[in-house]
Design a protein. Sequence first.
Length: 94
Amino acid sequence: MKEKEWESYAKKFLKADIAIILDLPTSVALKRINQKIRKLKLKKAIFENKDTLNKVRTNFRKMKNFEEVTIVNGNQSKKKVFSDILRILKKFGI
């Protein structure tokens, strides 16, 4: 989907005052997914593969220009991600 098409499509459904997207490399996401699957003895979902996650990440990153969207680097420590999210929420008075 082209970027302008994606923006038009997404804006029809994106009605939140704020949306926080945690962005991280697909390889890191897959590593975390596989760790959780092993730990909890779950079955991998059909969309939990490199190609699909790359497409999803690409489309979410296109939303960076939406005024209600903030992208946070999810490839940091839990403490740093939490701190970044708190800072964003405070900025919005939440």
